[in-house]
Design a protein around this ligand. Structure first.
Ligand code: GL2
Length: 841
């Protein structure tokens, strides 16, 4: 039926069916065409950046071909689709990923070399699109790669921010933020969709009426802005399927304010219009101080409304009833940030499609699923009812109605249990009433999941306990994963080649079946293999050494243990504990006579990187402390190359691709029960770095897979953390031992210059405020660090441990995660696009 909608002549279709060849000449022709006709450049102004842009356009052409075929195929086959809604997609650079996935990296390398350009240099010309804060946004990007690779009909939906996560600079040891205007040179990967726009309303008022027993609303007035679509093709690895990431940008609506214009205030009228563009200007940097901001809620609703309308429009192309909506569409909420999407669907079904409540509710409920990414109370979203009621009056009505029906059920099920009713209410009572977005998402979704086994268990025992009791089985676990295409093959080509050579497989096989890495176990003590493995690691260390010199000016040796901790700076992640240990190590070296040092200490380069939310004072104080300690130690000639400390500035996806392959030890040392999963831990083991870590998040499952003997595990478990916190609360103050006291004293006495910004944290930790249990875990951490040194001295043993880690990291491919979502939550299967046949050139 859909085929009949085909327009244009047969000839046009035949021409559109042809595709670009992958021979050297065709590649060069397509690049040069873009140089001349897209960029309008001449030979004389054609630099590396121009070559990057032209190559990017030529690659995009190829992606668009399969992207079009894919979408047409899904539509004609009425395929069931998955929509991944996320306020963050931390994609990282796209060029190498695209070339690798569509398997033309080598032909492009040759074709470019032949005309005088080095592909690797062009990779460096690409800006790193950073539309996310950290793990949650990067997870979304890994999922897109896996869904395309597994041929799952999927679109990602998000916001096309003008400004990504801020750029971090370091001045006098302090973090300074500057805006990341990533679009200043255009974005060759996206397709602007002038034909895909929706109107989105804010504020205004609701008129209600009774429609044969159903209360419906008409939402009128207020402001209307336009959402415009920008599409980025998402190619799968080793498949013709190409999915889509649709990002929305806000534009002013054509309803121009003529009143102001006529009154002569031309500038004023333009200014009002421009306010619409603010909505998608900037990504919020995960800052607790920014909670409750109206603009953030506007962003959320803006993107959810456009997305839901887009999904409905697509469904209606091939369906005339609502009966199959949930069977054809599954919508996954990446945290509660897009939670308002379910209410928007409900609103449209009731107020515009005029469905009865029960039917509308059923459709919504069976369509949505929600992923929780944190148990930390400060990160759980709550929106004031005043704010929602003002901005989205009809949605607040519906939320109250949902809450009413829901609490009726709770009362029925637990008669007389009033405290349970108020605990479970979607509305938190108080002077400023708030909607608990996580609870709302649970009630409006058919399935809820946590992101690692421990995290999912904690959800059931703590913040979602009542819900787990009332809806047993609704809460599931889906342990996170990462894409091995980017996180092994692209970032560590040496290791990728070694793996392919060793298990005698083309990388096209093991990269989509990561558990086959197990075969490497047999080589963990094989001399030849170890030799090559060590060579790969030292090449990567050299690459990082250069990066560090270029970005910080610091010289680091390569014949030292590379000890890395990169992630957002947060008290719960405990970079603070790491730097306390560095100070301890420094003091110890100083106390040891020169001639004994070599036998006592393994040379180490400690590298710490990550951004602090701009309003998070303690996190910023930690960065300052790290830099001050680094300054002191690196300039202490007496210590020399035995210990170097580097703060890696502006940690981002492209930096991670240099840093992770070079690490030998990586730190994942959060307080047990705080890190929901962590995903860099997975990337590090895949690249042969050993983990020093606590039994938290996915570390627990990593230990299960690779064996605790192949990690350095230490620290309190969740129940011990609980006990310690209780003791603190009851007044316990004897928890600082003499060696830790010495470190505190060194900080206070000015050994590292003026680090007074950290004094508040020290004071608090000493006086019962050690919420993240730094003092509790400090001594076990020292012991684990001693074990690290001891093991590194036995280098064959060290190598064996890291190779075992790689071999048993297969579970942590995001392909496995996505397969579980498909089977247990979305009930969706692969749809494979047929290989294109015609190529008339
Ligand atoms: C996070 C968790 O903190 C992190 O542990 C987890 O790996 C990721 C992805 O599930 O999600 N939650 C969150 O809000 N951010 C995360 O990184 N920003």
């Amino acid at each position: 039926k859909y085929d009949e909608a085909k327009v244009g002549t047969e000839k046009l279709w035949e021409l559109m069916n042809s595709y670009i060849g992958s021979d050297k000449r065709s590649i060069q022709r397509s690049i040069v065409n873009h140089v001349e006709y897209t960029l309008a450049r001449s030979r004389f102004s054609f630099d590396d950046f121009g070559a990057y842009q032209a190559s990017a356009f030529s690659i995009r052409d190829r992606l668009i071909e399969s992207w079009n075929d894919t979408n047409e195929y899904f539509t004609t086959n009425d395929s069931k689709r998955v929509y991944y809604l996320s306020l963050e997609f931390l994609l990282g650079r796209l060029m190498q990923n695209a070339l690798v996935n569509i398997d033309v990296e080598e032909p492009y390398k040759d074709a470019l070399m032949d005309i005088g350009y080095k592909l690797e240099n062009l990779y460096e010309e690409e800006v790193d699109p950073a539309l996310g804060n950290g793990g949650l946004g990067r997870l979304a990007a890994c999922f897109l790669d896996s869904m395309a690779t597994l041929e799952i009909p999927n679109w990602g939906y998000g916001i096309r921010y003008d400004y990504g996560i801020f750029k971090q600079g370091i001045v006098d040891g302090y973090q300074v933020e500057s805006p990341d205007y990533w679009l200043s040179h255009g974005n060759p990967w996206e397709i602007e969709r002038q034909d895909v726009t929706y109107h989105v309303r804010f504020y205004g008022h609701v008129k209600k009426y009774n429609d044969g027993g159903v209360e419906r609303g008409v939402w009128e007035g207020g402001d209307v802005v336009v959402a415009q679509a920008y599409d980025t093709p998402i190619p799968g690895f080793n498949t013709f399927n190409c999915n889509n990431l649709r990002l929305w940008r806000s534009r002013p609506c054509n309803e121009f304010d003529f009143k102001q214009f006529n009154a002569g205030d031309y500038h004023g009228a333009i200014g009002e219009r421009q306010k619409a563009e603010y909505i998608t200007s900037v990504l919020y940097p995960n800052d607790s101080s920014e909670g409750g901001k109206e603009l953030r809620l506007k962003q959320q609703y803006f993107f959810c409304s456009a997305t839901i309308r887009d999904i409905i429009r697509r469904y209606k192309k091939t369906h005339s009833t609502w009966n199959f909506f949930h069977e054809k569409n599954q919508i996954q909420l990446n945290d509660t940030h897009p939670a308002i999407a379910s209410i928007e669907l409900l609103r449209i079904l009731i107020d515009e499609e005029k469905l009865p409540w029960d039917q509308a509710w059923g459709i919504m409920y069976k369509t949505f699923a929600y992923t929780n990414h944190t148990v930390l109370p400060e990160a759980l979203e709550k929106w004031s009812t005043k704010l929602i009621g003002n901005l989205l009056p009809r949605h607040l009505d519906l939320i109250y109605l949902i809450n009413f029906f829901f609490l009726e059920k709770v009362k029925q099920r637990y008669p007389g249990d009033n405290s349970r009713v108020s605990r479970m209410s979607l509305i938190e009572e108080g002077d400023d009433k708030k909607v608990r977005m996580a609870f709302l998402s649970i009630v409006c979704s058919h399935t809820v999941n946590g992101v690692a086994a421990l995290h999912s268990e904690l959800l059931k025992k703590t913040i979602f306990k009542d819900f787990d009791e009332m809806f047993p089985g609704k809460l599931q676990n889906k342990t996170n994963g990462v894409t091995p295409r980017r996180w092994i093959h692209c970032c560590n080509p040496g290791l990728s080649k070694l793996i392919s050579d060793t298990i005698m497989e083309e990388h096209t096989t093991w990269l989509t079946n990561l558990t086959s890495l197990r075969e490497l176990s047999a080589y963990s003590q094989d001399e030849d293999f170890i030799k090559r493995f060590v060579q790969v690691k030292s090449d990567n260390k050299l690459r990082l050494q250069k990066w560090v010199k270029e970005h910080t000016g610091i010289d680091i040796p390569t014949n030292a243990l590379y000890d890395v901790m990169v992630k957002r700076i947060h008290e719960y992640k405990r970079q603070f504990m790491n730097i306390l240990y560095v100070i301890h190590r420094y003091l110890q070296i100083k106390e040891t006579p020169q001639h004994e040092r070599a036998s006592k200490f393994v040379p180490r380069v400690v590298m710490i990187g990550g951004k602090a939310a701009p309003g998070y004072a303690n996190a910023k104080a930690i960065i300052k402390l790290i830099n001050s300690v680094a300054q002191k130690i690196n300039n202490d000639r007496d210590v020399g190359e035995l210990l170097k400390v580097v703060f890696l500035p502006n940690y981002c996806v492209s930096a991670a691709q240099i840093i992770i392959p070079a690490a030998e030890l990586s730190q994942h040392i959060s307080t047990a029960g705080t890190e929901a999963s962590g995903t860099s831990n997975m990337k590090f083991i895949m690249n042969g770095s050993i983990i020093i870590g606590t039994m938290d998040g996915a570390n627990v499952e990593i230990a299960e897979e690779i064996g605790a003997e192949n990690m350095f595990i230490f620290g309190a478990l969740v129940p011990e953390v609980d006990t310690f916190r209780k003791q603190l609360h009851d007044g316990r103050r004897d928890y600082i031992g003499s060696r830790l006291r010495k470190v505190f004293d060194a900080i206070r006495s000015g050994t590292f210059g003026d680090v007074s910004t950290i004094h508040g944290m020290l004071y608090s930790i000493e006086n019962g405020g050690d919420y993240y249990c730094v003092c509790l875990d400090y001594y076990p951490y020292l012991t684990a660090q001693e074990k690290v040194d001891e093991t590194y001295r036995d280098y064959p043993k060290w190598c064996k441990m890291s190779i075992e880690g790689i071999a048993k990291s297969g579970k942590f491919s995001s392909d496995r995660t996505i397969q579980e979502y498909c089977m247990d939550i979305w009930k969706v299967s692969a749809v494979s696009i047929p290989k294109p046949t015609t190529n008339p050139q």
